[in-house]
Design a protein around this ligand. Structure first.
Ligand SMILES: *[C@@H]1O[C@H](CO)[C@@H](O)[C@H](O)[C@H]1NC(C)=O
Length: 839
């Protein structure tokens, strides 16, 4: 997963503080010029070279300076997406979206300075003290299950959220019109969890709008302290108006009594919104519906008044935060309507407000259209999958689409300073401000972009909406630096940064990550959709630069071998130094990291990359590139060279090679705790006897000929119950391995050491399906294993989904239980393609 130490990640409690620390005090050199000043920087570099030569400065210093400049310089190839492709004029239907995956419900515009909307809620009067305010998705807040039942990625979605005694449904639908992204409406419905309870809960719903800077918001307050509407204007949105409608009972139009409170201040900074509302929720009010006994509730101020006691004491010119609290008895339903001014001018017909029965109708027809399109795309019903499996598939797709975010900001980068073998100490520098439109692995735990996850995400998304995939890949390729590097974890903007401890903010430009984006690219080539091909034509120079950087920067000790840079150092506290760039974090590698290592998975990724790039060059008529890539693809495709570098005769499988001994153990050594003990035989250069996902890569990426003598042994390993086969899918590490289920340190539980992961299982299904359709000695066996593995995998994910309501990060190979973080609607959503047998 390459997500570092995942236990320390979420840390939402001190998230904002950590981010602030990083933003203020950290060793960050403010240098935002980066790519924009590319030409100027190049000229300056030359001038400085000349100057320092004249002054006799050390060449080493110069090289370091030059490298750190290039690290944060954007690549000069033309962009893969047309300029302004995110603007409301060019892509009006994508301008508004649920692009804040880390909040339970919220929308924003695809804009560097967005207008944001969101929902918070709290059940009143349950416990003495402050009610629990819900806003951002958290692992440990007791909310759940939650997730999108439907989400089409563009204009409609319906989500269900269980929260103790409450059951919420959040729905949105958009209506095109005008030049600024059109209208949209929300409906939030709250019902009691158990029917027939005598005391119905009192709930507060908080609807808010936040602006980032120059926008103007003008609230209009009604008699009872409720906002009648908020009007406003921004350059991107033109004139607009929000209206919060009177609450009703669900499915009914008769109004329901609500109590209103409102709060208005400068924007304290997006990561601090929850805290700000909590701290202002400190007055008792009476909720007195006519004819019912009054109830106390905690509320924001009773009337609209500008409050400028921002937490930082400043607060001018940072935008506004306006929040309306509606308190009422469950069950209830509240609608928020956004209307764009330009949808109303020009045309003569008055647009009816998208609310009430009109909204109900729009939601129903979108749900129906979603179901039809879903079946047309994936054909689960036609293939005989059960209604439960179809619901799982819809939930998997919807959760992935509903997790798409739009981020904007500057990442932190540590330039590669390995000069003549010695590492120089350098500080991280800021990457230029860049936008990123991407799906995310998990709304609660990893609500930001991850490079190798994204390739898997887009395999699902492109089947549904190829345009979204072009948008996402185009954005990722926009992150390319001058050398052709893309950082593997993208923490862009305050909201994303607030969720990441500072030690994980920095991306090193020496480190790679599997080039999985080439998987959806290969699918585009197979499909031949003209829009995809036009996109690939624009994207080609960037794809090529990215691949070329991977091929050169991760070169191994001998030709056609490759080595992941950035393994952990051999600390005495680690059983096996991790390899985060590979994506398989703690998967065991050579026990003693060295420059002599050859990594099998990386070699296979590069082989796949060269193949895809060459096909692409041929298809696009890029003769020069095809001539260059051809020989590389041929050499990497030759099984003799793979055999020579990676076939371990003594193990009977393909393997990594490096300085290794299997005689390592963690032993308790008070007072330090668990410490690594190395016994005999001493480490020496040899094949690494760790049987697991890495061993399968030549098969997983379909690099072997169906007649290859190595295919049989691969299938043996895969199908062996003592090794990779479990009743719940293929385990990441053989049950017979000494590392199986082992912790890596006192504080580091096993991650890729036995658990079942959906992304690699999906690759395995694809490979079995592939070899099951090609003539060869293993054809029948591959086809049979495909059927069995698919049944095991899908069956288990479905059972866990039914039992918990979530898709999970990984699954136990012992009892199938979902493990790690949840919801994990990133690559676990591949279960949909497994059901559809679409590889
Ligand atoms: C292997 O590692 C050991 C321990 O660090 C070291 O002494 C030895 O020189 C290494 N051998 C090679 C070939 O790198």
């Amino acid at each position: 997963m390459a997500r570092g130490d995942r236990r320390r990640r979420g840390a939402p409690a001190d998230g904002p503080r950590t981010a602030e620390r990083a933003a203020r005090g950290g060793p960050v050199r403010r240098d935002g010029r980066g790519g924009r000043a590319r030409g100027a920087a190049g000229g300056a570099a030359l001038a400085l070279v000349v100057l320092s030569l004249a002054l006799g400065l050390s060449g080493r210093w110069l090289l370091a300076w030059y490298r750190s400049r290039r690290a944060v310089m954007l690549h000069s190839a033309p962009p893969a997406l047309p300029p302004d492709s995110s603007s409301p004029t060019v892509a009006p239907d994508l301008f508004w979206g649920t692009y804040r995956p880390h909040v339970y419900f919220g929308m924003k515009t695809r804009s560097p300075q967005p207008l944001l909307t969101g929902l918070m809620w709290a059940q009143q009067g349950t416990t003495p003290g402050t009610p629990k305010l819900r806003h951002t998705c958290e692992q440990g807040d007791g909310v759940g299950p939650y997730g999108w039942e439907f989400h089409d990625g563009v204009s409609f979605g319906r989500q269900h959220i269980q929260d103790g005694a409450l059951r919420l449904t959040t729905e949105f639908v958009k209506r095109p019109g005008g030049q600024h992204g059109g209208d949209w409406s929300w409906r939030v419905t709250v019902e009691p969890q158990a029917s027939g309870t005598s005391a119905l809960p009192l709930v507060s719903l908080f609807f808010y709008v936040v602006t980032d800077g120059k926008e103007v918001l003008v609230p209009e307050v009604g008699a009872k302290g409720q906002l009648k509407f908020i009007s406003g204007h921004t350059s991107e949105l033109g004139d607009f108006r929000f209206t919060l409608l009177a609450p009703t009972s669900p499915g009914d139009t008769t109004p329901k009594y609500g109590s209103y409170n409102v709060f208005w201040s400068s924007n304290p900074g997006l990561p601090l919104l929850t805290e700000m509302v909590k701290s202002r929720l400190n007055n008792w009010f009476q909720h007195r519906p006519p004819g019912a006994s009054p109830e106390r509730y905690l509320g924001l101020p009773g009337s609209l008044k500008w409050d400028d006691r921002g937490p930082s004491g400043q607060g001018q010119g940072q935008g506004q935060f306006l929040i309306q609290q509606v308190t009422l008895k469950v069950p209830c339903s509240v609608e928020l309507v956004f209307e764009s001014g330009s949808a109303r001018t020009g045309g003569s017909q008055a647009l009816e407000q998208l609310a009430g029965s009109l909204l109900t109708h729009a939601l129903e027809s979108h749900a129906e259209a979603f179901r039809e399109r879903f079946e047309k795309t994936f054909r689960l019903k036609e293939k005989g999958l059960s209604p439960e499996e179809q619901a799982l598939g819809q939930g998997a797709l919807s959760g992935l689409l509903g997790g798409i975010g739009y981020f904007y900001g500057q990442g932190l980068v540590l330039p590669d300073m390995e000069v003549e073998g010695s590492e120089q100490k350098v500080d991280p520098v800021l990457f230029p401000s860049v936008p990123l439109f991407t799906a995310v692995p998990s709304r609660s735990f990893f609500p930001r972009g991850f490079l190798w996850d994204e390739g898997f995400h887009q395999l699902v998304i492109q089947r549904w909406d190829p345009r979204l995939t072009r948008e996402a890949i185009g954005h990722w390729l926009g992150l390319l630096n001058a050398n052709g590097w893309i950082g593997r974890e993208q923490v862009l903007g305050d909201e994303a940064r607030a969720r990441v401890p500072s030690e994980f903010l920095v991306q090193r430009t020496a480190h790679a990550n599997p080039p999985t984006l080439l998987l959806p690219v290969a699918h585009m080539l197979d499909g031949g959709d003209p829009a995809d091909l036009a996109f690939l034509r624009r994207a080609f120079p960037r794809l090529r630069a990215w691949f070329s950087w991977l091929h050169h920067s991760q070169a191994g000790p001998v030709p056609l071998s490759y080595r992941w840079r950035g393994r952990d150092p051999a600390l005495p506290t680690l059983l096996n130094p991790k390899t985060l760039p590979s994506g398989l974090d703690d998967y065991p590698r050579a026990s003693h990291p060295s420059a002599s290592e050859r990594h099998l998975d990386l070699r296979c990724w590069v082989a796949l990359g060269s193949r895809v790039l060459m096909r692409l060059a041929e298809q696009l008529g890029e003769a020069e590139a095809a001539a260059e890539l051809g020989p590389l693809a041929a050499s990497l495709g030759a099984e003799e060279s793979l055999d020579e570098l990676h076939w371990a005769p003594e193990l009977g499988v393909f393997a990594d090679f490096g300085n290794h001994t299997k005689a390592v153990q963690l032993k308790p050594r008070p007072p330090q705790g668990l410490m690594r003990v190395v016994g005999r035989p001493h480490p020496h250069l040899q094949y690494v006897d760790a049987l697991g996902y890495v061993s399968l890569f030549p098969f997983l990426l379909r690099l072997l000929d169906p007649n290859s003598p190595r295919l049989g042994p691969m299938l043996d390993v895969l199908a062996d119950r003592r090794q990779l086969w479990s009743p719940f899918g293929l385990r990441s590490l053989a049950a017979s391995s000494p590392f199986y289920s082992q912790r890596n340190s006192e504080h580091d539980p096993p991650y890729w050491r036995g658990a079942v992961w959906l992304n690699v299982n999906y690759l395995a299904l694809g490979a079995l399906h592939y070899y099951g359709h090609l003539e060869g000695p293993h054809q029948a066996r591959a086809a049979r294993l495909h059927g069995e593995l698919r049944a095991n995998l899908v069956g288990n994910v479905r059972r866990q989904y039914q039992a918990t309501g979530f898709l999970w990060e990984q699954y136990s190979d012992q009892d199938g239980r979902g493990m790690g973080c949840r919801p994990f609607q990133g690559w676990t959503s591949l279960v949909l393609l497994a059901m559809a047998e679409d590889y």
